[in-house]
Unconditional design. Structure first.
Length: 388
């Protein structure tokens, strides 16, 4: 190797070392050398990142010292159970900050004044935490400063110690109190949701387009879709849907253009192909809603039994189980058995006490007869006196 080439390699290595050192040390001292700050690729675009992934912080105090040019904050894999007030400080406005990712931090509570200086943030990610937003942990305005928020990620975000119906009611209050007028996407996957008892939960989000509810335990679409005027997509993959009633399906037909332009994903649900699925089968073949991969939907079970594992599109014969009649017959048999046992018990008791019952019966009879005779004597008319 010539001396000229060697000098060139040394120069390049030196420059790379300077660049690498500069990137690794651009985080302020408050980050303790655990995080990486600088330009990097994020979702296919060059951004200024502050990346604190698996850095084992027990508080978020260092985030008050974010570099002013920060565009993306990745603060994941730490252990901060309660997010403090003014997590990004009180002074800087962070004009370029667009993404906040706080996944997997064991967050249980977000204070009402946690997020300030976030007016330009478009994406907030709080996946895989232990949030409790009910009771004394209710803060309806926790997202009120996200005036430009477009995407809210709450996948597996809530504590399993609270029933999903309760925190969904609290979430609706947050939507109302935070005035999220630009929110277009809501992710609520993997949250042990069985049903949505507050049907208007999404009605206060005027820009909402996508609702992600996959990998829950939902059995029906119980929320109002007619109030979501920009609805584009509902994800209900891998839930517990056996069928959808005609009342539910009519919600989509009542949408503008009868649901044209709306996408619905029902893949991975355990459809029961008996007479209860008739409305859904007819609707799938006629609806203008774009039901994704509907030709691949299969029957988990059904009547006749041959429908099990059959493609929904190939099901042409369905039967009913007639469960109410069977229940009535079972009740009749049970009542007959109880009546037989009762009569048998009475006869046994009577047999065991036959002597005393007989003696009592004879005494009672004699008393009645004697009383009848006495009454006859008393009531005998007096002989009339005859005058001769």
């Amino acid at each position: 190797m010539s001396s000229k080439k060697l000098a060139m390699y040394v120069c390049v290595a030196w420059m790379m070392a300077i660049i690498g050192s500069s990137f690794a040390t651009t985080c302020p001292p408050d980050f303790g050398g655990r995080c990486v700050c600088g330009q990097a690729n994020y979702n296919g675009k060059e951004r200024y990142l502050v990346n604190c992934t698996n850095t084992h912080f027990n508080d978020a105090a260092m985030l008050e010292k974010l570099p002013i040019q920060t565009e993306v904050v990745i603060f994941t894999g730490n252990n901060v159970t309660s997010m403090p007030w003014n997590v990004f400080g009180k002074m800087n406005d962070y004009p370029y900050l667009e993404v906040i990712d706080m996944t997997n931090n064991n967050i249980q509570e977000i204070k009402g004044k946690t997020y300030h200086h976030v007016k330009n943030v478009k994406t907030l990610i709080l996946n895989h935490n232990q949030l409790n937003i009910t009771g004394d942990k209710t803060h309806p305005r926790i997202f009120s400063n996200f005036v430009n928020l477009e995407s809210l990620h709450l996948t597996n975000a809530f504590s399993e110690s609270v029933d999903s119906k309760e925190y969904l009611v609290a979430l609706e209050q947050i939507f109302v109190g935070s005035n999220l007028t630009k929110l277009a996407k809501v992710h609520l996957e993997q949250n042990e949701i069985w049903s949505i008892k507050n049907p208007n939960i999404f009605c206060t989000l005027p820009s909402l387009m996508d609702i992600q509810l996959g990998d829950n335990n939902i059995s029906d679409i119980s929320f109002n879709v007619g109030c979501i005027h920009n609805l584009r997509f509902i994800d209900l993959r891998n839930n517990k849907i056996h069928s959808l009633s005609n009342n539910t399906l009519s919600k989509f037909e009542d949408l503008p253009n009868q649901g044209l332009g709306v996408k619905l994903d029902l893949m991975g649900n355990p459809f029961i192909c008996d007479c209860q699925i008739a409305d859904l089968l007819n609707w799938l073949r006629t609806t203008k809603v774009d039901v994704l991969e509907k030709e691949s939907y299969t029957c988990y079970d059904g009547l006749p039994a041959a429908n099990a594992d059959e493609l929904l599109y190939n099901v042409h014969q369905i039967q009913c189980a007639f469960a109410p009649k069977q229940e009535y017959q079972g009740t009749t048999v049970l009542l007959g058995i109880l009546l037989f046992l009762m009569i048998s018990l009475i006869l046994i008791i009577g047999y065991m006490n036959f002597t005393s019952v007989r003696a009592g019966t004879v005494a009672l009879w004699e008393k009645v007869v004697h009383r009848g005779q006495y009454t006859h004597i008393l009531s005998k008319p007096e002989e009339q006196e005859v005058h001769v």
